[in-house]
Design a protein around this ligand. Structure first.
Ligand SMILES: C[S@@+](CC[C@H](N)C(=O)[O-])C[C@H]1O[C@@H](n2cnc3c(N)ncnc32)[C@H](O)[C@@H]1O
Length: 450
């Protein structure tokens, strides 16, 4: 292996505990990294559930900001997984782990067979992207140092490939001169994964993982379902399709076939469930909503001939609190839903307004959840969004835990498959500009898990 000249792009590198210590470089086994997007815990919960449904577990993991490195004991099919997940935006295999990274060990690892070896044999010019993810604060790993690591790494790789007779161009992040990771959209647009590689450097205070991206999320497909479906009921508050996908993946278990959304609006959750091969029942009190869902579902069938037989789907215009009048008990495998979250707020609610709004919503939620419990098969799961109004501290929420228990549901931690998070009752989906946040709860009907 060629020995790289020592280059120091700044002071001590993060993770380099002492200059005298021999850097350790281990070959990781079946370790994979997932870039978790804007809601890391929610995306991690989704990933854990999808893995569990497909028979793999998270044996060990390390959460590093918005990236998780996992060991599952199985080789994972990253393209297939990213076709299922709503939260993760990139995934790939970890090729090396440096517990005490320094320039030499990093560049030596990069030019090894497992990382750039394949590209060195390319007969065509290759495109290379280096993305750096780090959960370290700016004081410990300043932006200038990150930029310098990326630039120097790019140059080293280019030089190594040139010596092998391979021409290489490297991608610079489109939007700014900061050391941001290369966006998935840019990787897709430039066909980098097909004509080269993206190397991800995932760095925290305990060391550095070097990974090669194997798949990125199909952003266009989500954007198309969001923006190009025929009916968008923006006044009712549209659920982002990626979040809808996460809800479906959280409640869905192996062999589930039929999903119900009893507050379906324009059908955002139904479209994501259909894409995952489930049949759907959409129901809403408003006839315009049911019509919108039907038109959107029909549109999706025209776009994608691989969806499950449409004869298995059903639509009802009905009150969620009386749905047993339309749907047979125990006939639904799983439920994902975003009920009415209250009126849009122009400013954050004060304590009195919050108490009034939440007491009005409480009746709707309690009655609807009790009714849905009758429809759900034994062991079936319901993923429901509860409103949390922005306010001081945690804001104001609906505490339904007692009522939920009395109805016979079991509250399941969305992160139960991830060590250290067993007690988490729910997860929050929040953006700083929102006045109503979404709490994501997972409930299970008593009975046998399939
Ligand atoms: C927040 S919206 C759901 C939006 C939907 N997730 C989407 O993205 O299109 C809530 C929906 O609940 C419906 N709704 C309100 N009260 C209801 C009730 N008692 N039973 C069924 N649907 C109800 C409203 O008509 C509205 O479509």
């Amino acid at each position: 292996m060629t020995r790289s000249k020592r280059v120091r792009p700044g002071a001590n590198w993060p993770g380099q505990r002492s200059r005298e210590t021999t850097p350790s470089c281990e070959e990781p086994r079946d370790d994979f990294f997932f870039v978790l997007g804007h809601q890391p815990l929610l995306s991690l919960a989704e990933l854990a559930n999808v893995l569990r449904t497909s028979g793999a577990n998270i044996e060990q993991y390390r959460l590093m900001g918005d990236v998780v490195v996992i060991r599952s004991g199985h080789s994972l099919d990253c393209p297939k997984l990213l076709g299922i997940l709503g939260g993760s935006v990139k995934a790939g295999r970890v090729l090396a782990h440096l517990s005490e990274p320094n320039p030499e060990t990093l560049w030596e690892s990069l030019i090894s067979d497992s990382v750039l070896g394949g590209l060195a044999e390319s007969a065509k010019p290759v495109t290379l992207a280096i993305s750096l993810y780090s959960s370290l604060p700016e004081e410990q790993f300043p932006m200038a140092q990150r930029r310098s690591v990326i630039e120097e790494t790019n140059k080293r790789c280019k030089k190594f490939l040139a010596e092998k007779g391979v021409s290489c161009r490297y991608l610079i992040w489109e939007g700014s001169r900061r050391a941001e990771p290369i966006a998935s959209a840019q990787l897709i647009k430039t066909h980098t994964l097909e004509s080269g590689a993206e190397i991800c450097l995932v760095w925290d205070e305990k060391g550095l993982f070097i990974g090669k991206t194997e798949a990125v999320q199909e952003l266009d497909a989500f954007a198309k379902r969001d923006m190009q479906k025929p009916v968008r009921r923006t006044t009712e508050g549209l659920l982002p399709p990626k979040l809808a996908r996460i809800l479906v993946n959280l409640c869905r278990q192996l062999e589930d076939r039929m999903l119900l959304d009893p507050f379906c609006g324009s059908g955002v959750i139904l479209l994501e469930a259909l894409q995952l091969g489930l049949n759907v029942i959409g129901s809403d009190l408003a006839s315009e909503a049911v019509d919108a869902s039907q038109v959107n579902v029909h549109w999706l069938y025209k776009q994608d001939p691989t969806l499950p037989d449409s004869k298995g789907n059903a639509f009802h215009c009905h009150d969620a609190r009386r749905l047993t009048e339309r749907i047979a008990p125990l006939s639904v495998d799983c439920i994902a839903t975003e009920p009415y979250l209250g009126p849009p707020l122009r400013r954050p609610a004060n304590p009195l307004e919050a108490a009034r709004l939440l007491s009005e919503l409480r009746h709707l939620y309690v009655e609807a959840l009790a009714e849905l419990r009758i429809l759900l098969r034994p062991g079936g799961r319901l993923c429901v969004i509860l409103p949390r109004l922005a306010g001081p501290g945690q804001g104001y929420g609906l505490d339904l835990r007692d009522e939920i228990g009395l109805m016979g549901y079991r509250i399941v931690s969305p992160l139960r498959a991830v060590a250290g998070f067993f007690e988490q009752t729910h997860l929050l989906y929040a953006r700083h500009d929102q006045r109503v946040f979404r709490e994501i709860w997972l409930l299970e009907s008593p009975g046998q898990e399939r």
